[in-house]
Ligand binder design. Structure first.
Ligand code: BEZ
Length: 212
């Protein structure tokens, strides 16, 4: 199954390091960063899960819950967590799904047989408060992901969901944004009374409305 942007993220029940969960019940009205890693007790994965734990407060302030999965067992995850915490100087405070029968990994298309027919690749699904898939990422096993980028995309999506703006290349929270191209100048004048810089008629730059 290939999940695409805008699709409903499928619900599932699973065993995790925090007990049995129903994904929707666990997630409730938050956003979720649901990500797979290839294997427990591997170096890149150790740094990724450690950094996700380090970002706990950043996720919390954005109403985001993190949850990881691999085809290892919950028992393996629990013994690996000690290594993550010790080597990455953090406390792993999010659940890790044990998926030895690949039920969840298959549901989300996290196994790419031409890369590896048994292990999950490095997938990320960002799921919004309505359980819609809003972002997908797929990285190879040899490349650790940039979890600061995941936060940046969440900032952009949360801002652009509630304001008629889009965010430019390499945008960071608080920086100038772009007025939605669908908005006429007359409409924009009502929403952005402080005005904008019209670089081109289709490229109108204004202050981040959430920082004013
Ligand atoms: C790692 O996490 O270091 C890793 C996992 C699977 C294959 C290659 C690297």
């Amino acid at each position: 199954m290939t999940l695409q942007l805008g699709d409903l993220a499928p619900n599932f029940e699973a065993e995790t390091t925090h007990g049995s969960i129903d994904f929707y019940d666990w997630k409730k009205d938050s956003w979720a960063v649901f990500f797979s890693h290839p294997k427990d007790f591997t170096p890149v994965c150790t740094t990724e899960l450690g950094y996700t734990a380090v970002l706990a407060e950043e996720f919390k302030t954005r109403n985001v819950k993190a949850i990881a999965v691999s085809v290892d067992s919950v028992e393996d995850h629990k013994s690996w967590i000690g290594d993550i915490e010790e080597t990455q100087s953090t406390t792993v405070n999010f659940p890790i799904i044990g998926d030895p029968d690949k039920k969840v990994a298959s549901l989300y298309g996290m196994i790419h047989p031409n890369a590896n027919d048994t292990l999950t690749v490095r997938s990320v699904f960002i799921v919004d408060t309505n359980n819609k898939v809003r972002l997908t990422l797929t990285y190879p096993a040899s490349t650790g992901r940039n979890f600061n980028e995941i936060l940046r995309v969440i900032d952009s999506m949360q801002l652009t969901d509630s304001n008629k703006v889009a965010t430019p290349v390499n945008w960071q929270q608080g920086e100038d944004v772009i007025i939605s191209p669908g908005l006429s100048n007359e409409e924009a004048a009502e929403i952005f009374p402080d005005g904008w810089n019209e670089v081109r008629p289709y490229l109108r730059v204004t202050k981040d409305p959430s920082s004013t």
